[in-house]
Design a protein around this ligand. Structure first.
Ligand SMILES: Cc1cc2nc3c(=O)[nH]c(=O)nc-3n(C[C@H](O)[C@H](O)[C@H](O)COP(=O)(O)O)c2cc1C
Length: 361
């Protein structure tokens, strides 16, 4: 894996396999969670320059997500209707065990030419775990389990015969065949606490984080890359952003104000209470949502903070700032998903490429 930031910055989008859109607001959101809408969206995405699609794992409703399609199955469906797009399936240790996950993903890799990747998510939604009878570990233990999970995936995928004796998982002379195709499925991880950064610096290929200012993201990157270097490990960085691209800045800002004005305050407050189980439950009390205001939380993953709001040129310039800070991928959410993803791909991505070329980035 090359760490050179001269490679073009990559683009991913949130697959709406969960209903209700990406903002907790009663504003009209033209999107749909079904497979018809999503197949067309994935095809558009690969045609207009997106590299990855990220599916979400949610087992139950909460804060508006009334319907949720399962992530691995849904990812496979998107792979079946696309040619180059890579699809990232979210796996939640606990409900998934690594033997089943490794087997599922290896088969999908074979079926779809190594275009499947995984996002290991460590859990923030305690009510969900309770509802499906999964025990809820504390924040540090969740990350210890996730790290073992990742080590098991990597071991099973690469070693002819795999042995592992961990606190959470055990393998004894296990041979997975067939192995996934090369390049092996990339391992993303979502989360921003110190435990998340330490895990990324040891085992993950990609660190995915909620939205934040360039300075905040830069601090995280510096921390991760310094630790990773000590571990002789390399990790790429992906940052979430909620994009509102319009022909004029005024128009784009007005959309943000509209979203906020129509926010569903009770649902946002409930979400705020639930996400206390994430970074704020860590010993350092930092990480995703630990410092988010009510306004920030209207977008599930702090995407307004990234400030991809304005004209295509303003947004492209902002993306270049993140790239200079060491970001390798922008993960994007949209209000009217199909039309805005297409607009972004046609208007913003070419400008990013032009700016990259001009500044020899
Ligand atoms: C890009 C991204 C995608 C995520 N996707 C999911 C998901 O699909 N399902 C889920 O339960 N949690 C998801 N999470 C939540 C994280 O796995 C994690 O539990 C949360 O961010 C708290 O981590 P922290 O305490 O280390 O900051 C995602 C997080 C990020 C940043």
């Amino acid at each position: 894996m090359t760490m050179s930031n001269s490679s073009p910055i990559q683009f991913a989008y949130w697959v709406p396999n969960v209903s209700g859109g990406l903002v907790i607001s009663s504003i009209n959101q033209r999107t749909h969670w079904d497979h018809h809408y999503n197949r067309q969206l994935a095809q558009t995405a690969e045609n207009v320059g997106f590299d990855y699609a990220l599916t979400q794992i949610r087992f139950m409703a909460g804060y508006g997500a009334e319907n949720q399609h399962e992530s691995v199955t849904f990812s496979q469906d998107l792979l079946s209707v696309t040619k180059q797009l890579k699809v990232i399936a979210a796996l939640l240790p606990g409900p998934w065990n690594p033997a089943l996950a490794a087997k599922q993903i290896a088969t999908i890799s074979t079926l779809y030419g190594a275009r499947i990747a995984v996002n290991i998510v460590s859990g923030w939604f305690r009510g969900e775990f309770k509802a499906i009878g999964e025990s809820w570990l504390d924040h540090e233990e969740r990350y210890l389990r996730s790290e073992e999970f990742i080590r098991c995936l990597q071991g099973v995928w690469t070693q002819p015969v795999f042995n592992f004796a961990g606190d959470f998982y055990r393998f004894r002379d296990y041979a997975l065949n067939p192995k996934p195709l090369e390049p092996l499925p990339e391992i993303f991880q979502g989360g921003s606490s110190r435990a998340a950064r330490d895990m990324a610096a040891r085992v993950s290929d990609w660190y995915f984080t909620n939205g934040g200012s360039v300075e905040y993201i830069q601090q995280q990157i510096d921390d991760i890359r310094a630790k990773a270097q000590l571990n002789h490990h390399q990790v790429k960085i992906g940052v979430n952003g909620f994009a509102i691209a319009r022909d004029s800045e005024q128009e784009a800002r007005a959309v943000l104000q509209d979203i906020l004005r129509h926010s569903n305050v009770n649902a946002v407050k409930s979400f705020q209470a639930e996400v206390q189980n994430a970074g704020n439950a860590s010993p350092e009390k930092e990480g995703n949502w630990a410092k988010s205001t009510l306004e920030d939380l209207v977008q599930y993953n702090d995407g307004f903070k990234t400030n991809l709001i304005g004209t295509p040129l303003q947004i492209a310039q902002r993306i270049i700032e993140y790239k200079k800070a060491g970001v390798n991928l922008m993960l994007l959410g949209f209000l009217h998903v199909q039309e805005e993803l297409e607009y972004f791909g046609k208007k913003v991505i070419p400008l990013v490429r032009q700016l990259e070329h001009e500044s020899a980035l």
